[in-house]
Ligand binder design. Structure first.
Ligand SMILES: Cc1cc2nc3c(=O)[nH]c(=O)nc-3n(C[C@H](O)[C@H](O)[C@H](O)COP(=O)(O)OP(=O)(O)OC[C@H]3O[C@@H](n4cnc5c(N)ncnc54)[C@H](O)[C@@H]3O)c2cc1C
Length: 397
């Protein structure tokens, strides 16, 4: 008689390997440990390590951090801001003296703290290890020193150029849709402690510019859809000049998956989280919150799949859990047209200049207090004026 019992599980080195120890990977490793799984946290870098980023942590990030890492954001790692200035093409658009707190951090120390918390929870420390090969079928990862590590579930949290996504799909992101950001770290100005955040619409096409005054540095950057910004270096030079900054400051660049996410964030027992899954807000460029949240959801999906004795069901479980994030990104992508398309931008900016309500909504959106449908309703209420302006100019987006 045929043996219909399930095949005996082959021994694996770990329940879960998390590849990439940024916010997504650290959150995944920490959550997997909380679920009682054995975990390896792997990264080519040793921490602290540099990561190009504004370091803006919204209210959403603060909530997810608390939920996943078990405490409020550590005060020593953040500067909290409650005022913001908006500009467009060098002209002031409005000042909000009292916004929901936005927190600014340096990724150098923030990410090191997250990794330390994941390791303290019992994840095996495999940071500082280069990867030679990823085998999604195993799943298994071969290190550059020849060691082959196997797991029941592999979580690819290895950023926008994800090697795990490439192993699964041949590419990590769509070049036509990916975003790109340029940034400098300027010396902290004496007034940084009380200076507001600054956001400049139009500093980049289909994106914006930012000046985040922190206690140890002033982080200044521009970011937008790469394909729409062929002259981004020149735009960055203009932005530095506008802010009166030294043009010789070293400028660095990095991609960000600006609303370009794969419908299937993985395959079977291999899951993608954070930038590797394209989970960046396509209007604000915020990625840390969704990175932490998706890492948590991926680890929980892995735990449920393993408890059911069916690691290959991890993706289906994870996809279901990710639905609200995917919906929010789709909504933001639709609204982005109204905010950034050349046809609508003048009307949007003029509404933004006139309407304190719209500016407040934008900041509450950034703070994670409201979601895109609320913002959409406010923008759509002004749509007739947008359209009338566009028709007058006789243009199409
Ligand atoms: C210019 C710029 C400004 C930004 N500003 C903000 C902001 O202010 N607020 C915000 O919320 N978001 C911002 N973002 C987005 C944010 O940085 C990302 O969304 C976030 O870092 C995603 O986290 P992650 O853990 O998915 O990936 P990452 O933080 O990129 O971490 C990936 C990790 O994987 C490791 N890794 C990669 N490849 C391999 C490999 N082959 N083997 C081993 N390890 C590997 C890397 O060393 C890294 O540690 C910005 C992005 C850019 C480019």
């Amino acid at each position: 008689m045929a043996d219909l019992s399930p095949p005996a599980a082959t021994a694996c080195d770990f329940d879960v390997i998390v590849l990439g120890a940024g916010p997504a990977g650290a959150a995944a490793a920490r959550t997997a440990r909380a679920e009682g799984l054995s975990v390896a946290l792997l990264d080519k870098a040793r921490f602290p390590r540099a990561k190009l980023c504004g370091g803006g942590l919204t209210g959403r990030s603060a909530r997810y951090f608390q939920d996943i890492f078990g405490s409020p954001l550590p005060p020593a790692l953040i500067d909290s801001k409650t005022a913001v200035e908006f500009h467009a093409e060098g002209q002031p658009l409005g000042h909000l003296p009292q916004i929901p707190a936005m927190h600014l951090t340096m990724r150098w120390s923030f990410d090191a703290e997250l990794v330390a918390r994941a390791l303290a929870a019992g994840a095996a420390d495999l940071t500082g290890q280069r990867i030679a090969r990823i085998d999604p079928e195993g799943p298994a990862v071969t290190l550059a020193d020849g060691r082959r590590l196997t797991a029941r579930v592999l979580i690819g949290a290895d950023g926008v150029h994800s090697a795990v996504a490439r192993a699964l799909f041949g590419q990590a992101h769509d070049r036509a849709r990916v975003g790109f950001g340029l940034e400098v770290e300027a010396p902290a100005a004496p007034g940084n402690a009380t200076a507001p955040l600054r956001i400049d619409f139009g500093a980049a096409h289909w994106g914006y510019g930012w000046h985040f005054p922190k206690s140890g540095s002033s982080t200044i950057g521009i970011g937008g859809v790469q394909a729409r910004n062929p002259h981004m270096k020149a735009a960055m030079a203009d932005y530095l000049a506008l802010l009166g900054q030294d043009p010789a400051l070293p400028v660095k660049g990095h991609h960000l998956p600006f609303g370009d996410f794969p419908a299937r964030p993985g395959r079977g027992a291999v899951l993608l989280a954070g930038d590797a899954a394209g989970l960046v807000d396509p209007i604000t460029g915020e990625g840390i919150a969704y990175a932490m949240k998706s890492g948590q959801l991926a680890a929980r999906a892995a735990a449920r799949a393993l408890a059911a004795g069916a690691p290959a069901t991890a993706l289906a479980r994870y996809r279901a859990a990710l639905r609200p994030i995917h919906r929010a990104i789709r909504q933001a992508r639709a609204i982005r047209l109204l905010l950034f398309a050349p046809l609508f931008r003048p009307a949007f900016l003029s509404a933004f200049r006139r309407s304190g309500h719209l500016r407040q909504l934008y900041m509450r959106l950034l703070a994670g207090e409201i979601e895109y449908p609320d913002m959409a309703r406010a923008v759509l209420r002004r749509l007739p004026a947008f359209l009338a302006g566009a028709v007058r100019r006789g243009k199409t987006p």
